[in-house]
Design a protein around this ligand. Structure first.
Ligand code: ATP
Ligand code: MG
Length: 574
């Protein structure tokens, strides 16, 4: 059993709201001056301070709580759903709902009405908070669920990505919002006196229901207050000492995803990093915001780095303020970092590019590569974070440990491990052993210094005639090819050879040069050959190399292999 070597952190028994917002002295919010900026809306520059955020959250929480005579109200312990692109309204309604003792389930803002209906019903949500642009989808969802218009309208709260709810200029509401309760309506009903009002929230009470990415099947981990307080604290001690209020972070990752939730909506407040909220990823906007707001921190995902590695905007903006970029949620190829990104560091500038690892089930952070080691250990997810324990095992019941330096399935133990999956005792039992070990399903190696490397997902390893082929390794290699912009590898069944064969899908850098069937075939063959001179024989792309326009990915940057498998089946059937 491996233990963490990071300094211990306290295990707290308060709610996450108390952890972030309790005043330790007059004028102070969560241990920092209330006057410090908390969130900034990138496009307009509008901002709110920590003290404003706390007061808005307490008012919003009050407005939501159990007013039977009014529209849109919820009882202690009810679940509310947030369905919105990134917006400055998010921290207010999220922390406000939590202050009121509610659970939040966060929906992918790209969901259609059917997908939304599934999550709404499955999580037993009572209300939906939606941005104006989401109103038609939410209304369609309620129609699908058989609710009358009057009943549906009572369950919708409209969010705004401007400060009309905090003394900003009035903006006319959209016609879609007619007759619906808006967040500003809830802010004027009163205020929760102080955070003690939710003192009833026990540390092991569920506060968030973030649906996992659905890469291998949808599950919904129950994340508790203590999971969140712990993850905030263990993230804090992997960071260098910070200057409160002075080192802005870019809020680019979708806030409904637990990685963004934990970092942009929680960790930022715990260390007083102002967050510059960007609504959608666009490489030029991203670079422009870094330059304009002198961003210091970026919690990001590999696809953002893949784009930045090639995008001309990187050279036309001053990005020298960037000091720390942390990539997580999907594998980050070490060659991409070495060959494409670090060379772009302006002379004298120190932008560390580091990596973290985790899962929705571990709230999410489990490993992080400390910035001091980020140049030395490129490709590693770093060491086990504070207070956690890990094992690398060979079999389902954990009886056989992997030998030193050998791959094994990573198991995690600690206070960040979820309570279990919602409404799924079987899945919970399969994932967590009776003594609390969570089986990640990921295969990892630990080196002699305690740094971990993710080999691949256990279920995604391609089996070529008994040999294991990790698709992530081939993808990382393909990304170093000068003519490949993006790549994905899956295993395809070969009936003749009775095995799986690794097959690559690649996006050319110059698609106009690889247009005809013949050009695609020639390009594919040249790539397969190129790979053969660089990997062991069993990893050759025997399933072929196909050219595609874009690699299908989730918002958090995971390759949607299921879609590629469907594509491969369709191709084979042709
Ligand atoms: P689902 O569980 O719904 O099938 P998912 O596992 O992709 O989907 P998440 O909880 O969002 O959903 O993602 C966790 C997974 O992401 C991990 O199990 C791991 O495979 C992958 N992952 C996270 N960080 C890294 C990393 N730094 N390198 C490689 N893989 C990573
Ligand atoms: Mg998973």
């Amino acid at each position: 059993i491996y233990s963490s070597e990071w300094p211990e952190v306290p295990i707290r028994s308060t709610s996450i709201f108390t952890r972030l917002f309790a005043s330790q002295a007059p004028g102070d919010v969560g241990g920092f001056p209330g006057s410090l900026t908390a969130f900034i809306e990138a496009a307009s520059g509008a901002s709110i301070t920590r003290a404003q955020l706390k007061n808005l959250a307490l008012s919003f929480g009050y407005g939501l709580r159990d007013h039977p005579a009014t529209h849109a109200s919820a009882k202690r312990g009810d679940t509310i759903m947030i369905y919105s692109p990134n917006s400055i309204a998010w921290p207010v309604v999220l922390h406000g709902s939590v202050a009121a003792g509610l659970r939040c389930t966060l929906a992918n803002n790209a969901y259609n009405s059917r997908e939304l209906a599934y999550q709404y019903t499955d999580s037993v949500a009572k209300l939906v908070m939606t941005a104006e642009e989401g109103i038609p989808t939410v209304k369609a969802m309620f129609v699908e669920l058989g609710l009358s218009k009057a009943e549906a309208d009572k369950r919708i709260i409209v969010l705004h990505n401007d400060l009309r709810w905090a003394g900003g200029p009035a903006v006319p509401a959209s016609p879609d919002a007619a007759g619906l309760v808006a967040m500003e309506d809830l802010l004027s009903r009163g205020t929760l006196e102080k955070e003690e009002q939710f003192e009833g929230a026990a540390a092991n009470e569920t506060v968030y229901l973030c649906y996992s990415s659905g890469t291998t099947g949808k599950r919904k981990p129950k994340t508790t207050h203590q999971n969140m307080t712990t993850v905030v604290d263990i993230t804090g001690n992997t960071f260098p000492s910070l200057r409160p209020g002075e080192q802005p972070m870019i809020g680019i990752l979708p806030m409904y995803h637990i990685y963004s939730l934990a970092t942009i909506l929680h960790f930022s407040l715990a260390v007083a990093c102002p967050v510059v909220v960007q609504t959608r990823f666009d490489p030029v906007q991203f670079c422009a915001n870094i330059a304009k707001y002198k961003i210091v921190f970026g919690f990001i995902v590999p696809p953002i780095l893949v784009v930045l590695a090639r995008h001309p905007a990187v050279d036309s903006y001053d990005l020298s303020s960037l000091e720390y970029m942390l990539s997580a949620a999907a594998p980050l190829g070490s060659d991409l970092v070495k060959k494409r990104l670090l060379s772009k560091r302006p002379a004298g500038a120190k932008c560390f590019i580091s990596q973290g690892y985790g899962l929705t089930e571990t709230s999410p952070s489990a490993h992080m590569l400390g910035f001091a080691d980020s140049d030395r250990k490129i490709g590693s997810i770093g060491t086990l974070m504070a207070t956690l324990k890990a094992r690398l095992v060979h079999d389902d019941d954990g009886a056989v440990e992997a030998a030193d330096g050998q791959p094994g399935e990573l198991w995690i133990h600690g206070k960040t491990v979820m309570k279990g999956y919602l409404n799924n005792i079987t899945a919970t039992k399969n994932a967590i052993t009776p003594d609390g070990w969570f089986k990640t399903g990921d295969v990892a190696i630990r080196d002699s210094e305690g740094f971990y490397y993710i080999v691949d997902r256990r279920k995604e390893l391609i089996k070529y005639k008994g040999f294991q082929v990790p698709p992530a390794e081939l993808e990382a290699l393909l990304l170093t090819h000068p003519e490949i912009a993006d790549a994905a590898v899956i295993g395809v069944d070969s009936i003749e050879q009775a095995t799986e064969l690794p097959r690559a899908y690649v996006v050319p850098v110059r698609p106009d040069q690889v247009k005809t069937t013949a050009a695609k075939a020639a390009f594919g063959a040249s790539i397969a050959k190129w790979v053969e001179s660089r990997v062991a024989k069993h990893k050759f792309l025997r399933g072929g190399v196909a050219v595609i326009d874009v690699v299908p990915k989730s918002a958090a940057g995971k390759i949607l292999r299921g879609e590629l498998r469907e594509l491969a089946k369709a191709e084979a059937a042709r």
